[in-house]
Write a protein of this length. Structure first.
Length: 148
């Protein structure tokens, strides 16, 4: 029986995927949208919105493209409520990064995919693997049941 892969994908990976469609971040995001569950909380989605609207992306993504990305991620994502007991837990030296771990825990994710060293140095939290996009893509290519 195949387990549906549940993953939290950090903001930096989602933006990288939007900027280049042939990279490991894009491939992982495309796979999750097509065959898995991409998990968000209000906090992680708000971070994506805030970062995506930064002027530095003006030359790469039109306003309409950014609106469409946010709409598509919002519609395709699985929204997770993070209980206060999980929100109170600390994992990373950067408290903003903890929001992604919190969603992963509350949403029973298999993976947290990130390019952020503060998260990657954790390696795993409980049973949740913290992977780079390249590591996640390698697992997706090599394992028919990547959720394990």
């Amino acid at each position: 029986m195949t387990v549906e892969l549940r993953a939290v994908i950090d903001t930096n990976v989602l933006i990288s995927a939007a900027l280049s469609s042939r990279t490991p971040p894009a491939r992982v995001v495309q796979h999750m949208l097509a065959r898995g569950r991409l998990l968000f909380s209000d906090a992680t989605f708000a971070e994506l919105q805030t970062r995506l609207w930064k002027p530095k992306f003006d030359r790469y993504l039109r306003i309409e493209d950014r609106k469409q990305l946010l709409h598509d991620f919002g519609a395709a994502g699985t929204w997770v409520d993070v209980p206060p007991a999980i929100q109170a837990r600390r994992f990373s030296r950067d408290a903003d990064d903890d929001a992604f771990v919190h969603v992963a825990l509350a949403g029973q994710a298999h993976w947290l995919v990130s390019g952020d060293q503060d998260l990657l140095t954790l390696g795993a939290v409980e049973s949740i693997a913290i992977l780079t996009p390249a590591q996640a893509w390698a697992r997706l290519e090599g394992e028919p049941d990547a959720g394990n």
